[in-house]
Structure formats: structure tokens, C-alpha cells
Write a protein that binds this ligand. Structure first.
Ligand code: FE2
Ligand code: FE2
Length: 340
């Protein structure tokens, strides 16, 4: 199925997910603050273990997603007025086209997968996730319109024939991007490179991505556990293929940039963007440490019986360990007395 590109940055108005109370679609400021707190802390009412792959594991995962829904409305977000230098920094970030396209693609893939799922609880939760991606796009569209950022027309998007493949790639892609976005967002907040009002305004969107990858990690574990032996083997091949695809996509873009050729869009911004969000020179190791601690903080409020995304943090820890060895070696080399 080919999805037509949006003709303008502003999205068409989005229908709320079925289970969202109409009262919550026009919330008051106090309701938004309360919902923001609720979106960050959640414990499943039923006590006891939640065996992975069980109905209770599914119910807890899907319940978490609906209970932590934040009813903010993109159209009532007041984007703060920026001083010329902050405006220049914001408008020159190379992320706006890819960010809007990514939300369009994520929405389409999640809605397509939700429609293909038999289980009503997962169908509702993943469908709601797709709806939230559409809302992210609306937030971004309002932001770029408010600050006069112009976007290139969105190219047509072709959905994969297999909705599960589309959801797998989207889910893993969000796991990678969100992990680095958590760290970059914190670096931007600490450095004061962007005004606090702007950072605060964007905060709920970042936390929402934490909820998305929490849901994905639990769907993945639940789904795996329910597969028979052959289906499981086939599924693990698909997982490996999804990682290979994402690695190739990112390495390919990195090469394009190294060659001096500017890619049309920067999929690697979350890996390379620390210089664009801060005037402090932060080393890759220090950025990794911020990403890891932010990753922990953002998931700390959710029921510990739910699984967390683990692969990207594990790869980051490994990279940090290897990096420390390398830097220690380089430092030791530099300390050696010169020989003639
Ligand atoms: Fe999103
Ligand atoms: Fe998301």
C-alpha cells in the first residue's frame, strides 16, 4: 500500500484512539500536569509474578500503555518565543525532515501491524501507539510552523507487505533512536544551549518514546514466548535481519557523510548530534554515560516486573568498556618518555 505524502507540514486532524475518553481530549492545565506524572510512574494492580508470555504479562503491558496515556493536545502547546541565537540553533538542526518522516512511517507501520493482530489487547495498545506517533508528527509540524522552519515535501511511503516486519524494524529503530535521544536531550537541558521553556515543552514527547519502547520490548518477549519451535527460529532470523537492516542503514549514511556528501536527511543524528545540542564539547564516552543513566531514570517509574529494552543499552555499555580500554591505552602511550 502506498501512503501519500502530507501536502503540508500540518497534519490532518487526528482521531483519538477508541478508548480515550472524550473528556481527556480537551484537558485542563492541571489535568495535563497530573497526566504527565501518571505517564512516568505505573504499577500493575495485581500482585505476584508476571511470567513472560502469560496473559497477565500481556494485560500488564497493555494496561501500562493505556494508564500512562498523556492526553496533551498538540494544538494547545504554546511554543516559547526564542531569542535570535536560540532560534538559529533550532532551525539549523538537521533533523526536522527526517523527524517528521519518521513519525509518518512509524504511525503507518504500527497501525498496519495493529490491524493484523488477532489479540484485542495488543491490537488496541499498538494501535494507540500508532495514534501517538501521528500526534508526535502533529507536535513537530506545529513546532516547525511556529519557528518558520521549512520542510521538504515528504516522499511517498510504501508499507512493507508484511506488517510484522514493519513493526519489528520500527520498534528496534525506536529503541536505538530513543536511547540516544534520552542522552542528547539531557545534554541539551544541562548545557542551557536551548531555553528551558523549549526543553520543558518537548519533554512529554521524549517520555512518550520511553513508553513506546517499553511496550515494544514486552510485546517482543510475549510474542517470542508464544511461538512454536520453528516459528521461533524463523522469528529470530527476522530479528537478526532487522538489526542488520538498521545497522546497514546507519552505516550507509555515516559513509555518505564521511565522503563529504551531505545526505538528504540525517538518520544518524541521535548518534552524532551532541555538538548540535550543546556548546560543551562532550566526548562519546561521556555521552554514552549520560544516555545510560537517562535510560535508567526514564524507566525507573514503571513496574519492575515489566521488561526493559536491553540490546541498545548493552551495546552502549560494551562500546563504553572498549572505549575506556582504548582511551586508557592511548593515555598510557602518551605518558611514555620519548625515545630516540
Ligand atoms: Fe514518535
Ligand atoms: Fe514512538
Amino acid at each position: 500500500m502506498v501512503i501519500p505524502p502530507s501536502s503540508s507540514p500540518a497534519s490532518p486532524s487526528l482521531e483519538p484512539p477508541d478508548q480515550v475518553s472524550p473528556d481527556l481530549i480537551s484537558p485542563t492545565g492541571a489535568e495535563i500536569d497530573a497526566a504527565d506524572r501518571r505517564a512516568r510512574e505505573w504499577v500493575f494492580q495485581a500482585s505476584g509474578a508476571l511470567p513472560i508470555g502469560s496473559d497477565s504479562h500481556r494485560d500488564a503491558s497493555c494496561r501500562m500503555f493505556s494508564d500512562t496515556f498523556n492526553p496533551y493536545k498538540p494544538s494547545i502547546i504554546a511554543w516559547p518565543k526564542l531569542e535570535p541565537d536560540a532560534l538559529q540553533r533550532l532551525t539549523s538542526l538537521p533533523i526536522w525532515d527526517i523527524a517528521v518522516r519518521t513519525e509518518t512511517k512509524a504511525r503507518a507501520r504500527m497501525l498496519a501491524y495493529a490491524a493484523s493482530v488477532d489479540d484485542p489487547a495488543w491490537r488496541e495498545a499498538i494501535g494507540r501507539n500508532g495514534w501517538e506517533e501521528g500526534r508526535h508528527k502533529e507536535v513537530l509540524s506545529n513546532l516547525v510552523a511556529s519557528y518558520g522552519i521549512s520542510l521538504a515535501p515528504e516522499p511517498p511511503d510504501r508499507l512493507p507487505d508484511d506488517p510484522e516486519w514493519g513493526y519489528l524494524v520500527t520498534g528496534y529503530s525506536e529503541c536505538i533512536d530513543s536511547f540516544f535521544a534520552f542522552g542528547l536531550f539531557e545534554v541539551a537541558r544541562r548545557s542551557g544551549y536551548f531555553p528551558a521553556a523549549l526543553v520543558d515543552t518537548f519533554e512529554p514527547v521524549i517520555q512518550e518514546e520511553a513508553r513506546h519502547i517499553l511496550l515494544f520490548a514486552n510485546w517482543l518477549a510475549w510474542h517470542r514466548k508464544r511461538l512454536g519451535v520453528w516459528a521461533r527460529i524463523r522469528f529470530e532470523f527476522r530479528v537478526a535481519r532487522a538489526w542488520a537492516f538498521l545497522a546497514w542503514e546507519r552505516i550507509g549514511l555515516a559513509r555518505t557523510m564521511e565522503g563529504g556528501e551531505q545526505p538528504a536527511t540525517d538518520n544518524n543524528f541521535t548518534l552524532t548530534g551532541s555538538k548540535a545540542v550543546s556548546d560543551v564539547d562532550i566526548s562519546p564516552l561521556a555521552l554514552m554515560a549520560v544516555c545510560l543513566s537517562e535510560n535508567e531514570r526514564r524507566f525507573a517509574g514503571y513496574d519492575p516486573r515489566l521488561l526493559r529494552p536491553t540490546t541498545t543499552p548493552a551495546l552502549a555499555r560494551l562500546a563504553a568498556r572498549v572505549g575506556r580500554l582504548f582511551w586508557r591505552g592511548a593515555a598510557a602511550e602518551a605518558m611514555k618518555p620519548a625515545t630516540s
